[in-house]
Design a protein around this ligand. Sequence first.
Ligand code: ATP
Ligand code: MG
Length: 296
Amino acid sequence: MPKGRGLASCPTDPLPPGGGPQLNPFSRDPGDKIEWIKRLDTDREDNDGFVFQVSIGSKQYALKVFKFSHPRLNRFYRDLCLRHPLPLKEGIWYTDPFYAECRAYGRIQEGFESRLVTDQTAVKCYGYLLLNTNDSRWLKKEGIHLEQQLLDRELREALGGDTRVRAIVKQFEKSPRKVDAGNIRRAWRSVYLLNKSLKLYNMDIKADNFIGHKLVDFGTSWTVPHKLLDHLEEVAENMAKAFRSKDTVNFEEMIQDEVIQTRLKVLAKSTHQLRSRGKPEWADRELPKRRRIARK
Ligand SMILES: Nc1ncnc2c1ncn2[C@@H]1O[C@H](COP(=O)(O)OP(=O)(O)OP(=O)(O)O)[C@@H](O)[C@H]1O
Ligand SMILES: [Mg+2]
């Protein structure tokens, strides 16, 4: 991938606005440009962003670049606001994946500083970055589509007129290890501490969102205080409770999936070794039904 160059932007305020925990801007020298090295994630239709290995000021990082999102396309905002109108400006603070990650990492930082949670529950974050025109142009040239067409007048206003491309700088994990039998207990501890001690609900617990025992993706997370969760508590207490226990349910499902995958691999291997012809014995077995709570 060719290397892109651009001038440094100078963000100063912590984000998101509107109260609750915030993330500080990434601090770099004005001359430090982003050198784009390679994509780290794989293309999916429903992803909230794009993750790159980059170098800034000769240090390597993982940079997650976020798509723009519109609160009106978010089912919680739409449905809950029918009964409790929430201005679009506030809606974006609680539905946008970039703001969700800023708030989550802000809370993790607070927890660390107050020594409430000193475990590494998440991949380290160094702050947010607003990209300059050259970097944004380079992404566009590379075919990275950030849904800028959603930026209508209303959304621009809600974003305070700042429509620069948003990104979060994280530690680059050189050999990202998946959750496995060796780290599953620590992975559960991460989720438990985030939920119980930090009141941070990831809402998208799955193997892809862990690097080893640490969570890496907070794009769908809800961090208390959270306006949508407050609305939910008022209109549907049981549903709010279900959302607060969603991470536990999804963690159990993740373990089941991993166990099933491993068992199937072992079975497939032994079936192959026996050189049995025809359909393997496990092919007709019904897999356990999954309990799911919709993501958006
Ligand atoms: N810090 C990192 N170091 C190495 N690889 C990373 C890092 N962050 C992310 N990745 C890789 O990129 C993948 C996607 O990251 P992430 O889950 O944050 O984004 P996403 O799934 O596109 O976002 P979303 O789920 O919000 O749509 C991860 O599964 C991992 O393989
Ligand atoms: Mg993810």
